[in-house]
Design a protein around this ligand. Structure first.
Ligand code: NAD
Length: 493
């Protein structure tokens, strides 16, 4: 099929490359002419595993780039809208990019075409798109609008697209349904997976896809409700982690116990510094706005957001408890992206935490395998230092913070790390390390929802080294477990 994808961001780029990969002829459009020029030159504007391989494979063949929506629409049977829907000041999403694309599409429709809303939007947006298309001159018989929400995760976006757990088709007419079935047939019937050179299925993932056909409103609601639920799961486990930390329980063990229940499942039960990124924060807020507009009290979602913000502030407090004052302290930071595997720093808790530390007078040297270029837009030269690797970020530092869950951070050489640091303090917002191993390597290791381990081999001065009020000390020392002698390796302070 001939397909136009409008919006060459994280979703548009991946969708266009994957639609070409499964056999379609795709024109990817963006209003940013520089981005289109970069793509035409073979440059890949975002860090996403397997994306450059796919772009290289299909560029100038099944995949072309354009800055003209109307030219792309004229040549296509289906048009996917993948522009941004950022949060507006009042919490609701700004749908002006979607509206302006719909108006441009209308001017180029002279035969029946399917318009597919893939951006994350509030329920009833398909209807608004339909109205804009008609208002801008498209004929009623030519206009079919469907919702096809995208569930890819940055970092694994390509395989998420090619091996999705479900494809949701929100359709209000037979033409939309038939078109979407045709587009996804290589995946739903599995022919793509037998193709030579197909991207292999990731370990532990299945090539069995559930196709869920709904009306457009239900599909729109599915996406918002899914993201809000996942965000809620993260906030929930972060509060449980704070309790675990205070009473000396271990959040990893607690999560293993909770996640073993198939009604709950182990995914997204990961304590840390809260969620970020371009989706969860804005989608929780947008869904809350939808509920308010319907006159329905969904203050649970406001609480999810509040807990998430508080979790980041708790982490900064933890840094203070470990270092006392922050003015003049030299801090290393591992991670800038909102999660591992991406260069996306939108709403990244790592960025917000570094901003808080800078405000309190600390200096920061950061390292991120992919996000440093984007971070320079927030922290220009001179505001923070950028290191070439993890060890350089830690060198002569009073403390090292782990802010993003890049896998490579969790396998650092601990003895080498200990040797380069001024003080052996690691404060891990992502629970990447094993507390016993960190203690054995000589670190004062603070994490989330797990007690600090002080071993007998550590200098006696370290017993009771924490700053801050008694509650913070209790949490940081693992009280009351060590008082009860439950963990033999812990020495009571
Ligand atoms: P993005 O900001 O990375 O990309 C949006 C692109 O649209 C930009 O390149 C911008 O230049 C382009 N654009 C804006 N107006 C345009 C116009 N009139 N014509 C042509 N191009 C235009 O956004 P994203 O992260 O790809 O997200 C897109 C949508 O998908 C959002 O609604 C988001 O919530 C949703 N989504 C995102 C993810 C994710 O992980 N990023 C996952 C699922 C769904």
């Amino acid at each position: 099929m001939r397909i136009a994808v409008v919006g060459a961001g994280y979703v548009g780029l991946v969708s266009a490359a994957c639609l070409a990969e499964i056999g379609h002829d795709v024109i990817l459009v963006d209003a940013d002419v520089n981005r289109i020029a970069d793509l035409n030159r073979g440059e890949v504007p975002i860090h996403e595993r397997l994306l450059s391989e796919l772009l290289q494979r299909h560029r100038c063949q099944r995949l072309t780039f354009s800055s003209s929506v109307s030219a792309a629409v004229v040549q296509s049977e289906a048009v996917f809208i993948t522009v941004g829907t950022p949060q507006a000041d009042g919490g609701e999403p700004d749908l002006s990019y979607v509206e302006s694309v719909a108006a441009e599409i209308a001017s180029a429709i002279s035969e029946p075409k399917l318009v597919v809303e893939k951006s994350t939007v509030p329920v009833c947006t398909c209807e608004s798109i339909r109205k804009v298309l008609l208002l801008h001159g498209a004929e009623l018989s030519h206009v079919s609008v469907a919702s096809n929400p995208e569930f890819l995760r940055e970092g694994t976006a390509v395989t998420d697209f090619l091996y999705p757990d479900r494809i949701v088709m929100g359709v209000d007419d037979d033409f939309s349904a038939a078109m979407l079935y045709s587009i996804y047939r290589p995946l739903t019937q599995g022919t793509y997976y037998q193709q030579e050179g197909a991207i292999p299925c990731p370990l532990g993932q299945s090539a069995t896809i559930q196709t869920i056909v709904t009306n457009a409103r239900s599909a729109e609601l599915i996406k918002h409700a899914s993201n809000a639920f996942l965000a809620m799961k993260i906030s929930y486990i972060n509060v449980v982690a704070n309790i675990a930390e205070t009473v000396g329980a271990d959040i990893d063990q607690v999560c293993a116990g909770i996640g073993a229940d198939p009604r709950i499942g182990p995914e997204f039960l990961k304590a840390g510094i809260g969620y970020g990124g371009s989706c969860f924060p804005k989608d929780v807020s947008a869904f809350h706005s939808v509920a308010e507009q319907c006159g329905i009290d969904f203050s649970l979602l406001a609480e999810v957001t509040r807990i998430n913000t508080q979790q980041r502030l708790n982490f900064v407090k933890k840094v203070r408890n470990a270092l006392w004052t922050l003015r003049g302290k030299r801090i290393g930071a591992l991670g800038l992206a909102f999660k591992g595997g991406t260069d996306d720093i939108r709403e990244s808790p790592a960025i917000a935490i570094i901003q808080d530390l800078l405000k309190e007078g600390a200096s920061v040297c950061a390292y991120d395998p992919a996000a440093m270029l984007k971070a320079r837009e927030v922290f220009p030269a001179g505001s923070i230092q950028y290191a070439d690797n993890e060890y350089e970020a830690a060198t002569r530092r009073d403390a090292l913070l782990v802010l993003t869950d890049w896998r490579q951070f969790g396998v650092l050489d601990l003895l080498k790390l200990r040797a380069v640091m001024k003080l052996p303090i690691v404060i891990d917002g992502r629970n990447l390390f094993n507390p016993s191993q960190m203690a054995a390597a000589g670190f004062l290791y603070y994490s989330v929802g797990r007690a600090l381990q002080i071993t007998e081999t550590m200098p006696s001065l370290w017993h009771g080294i924490h700053f801050g009020p008694p509650a913070a000390r209790m949490a940081a020392t693992g009280w009351p477990d060590n008082r009860r002698g439950l963990h033999k390796e812990l020495v009571s302070t």
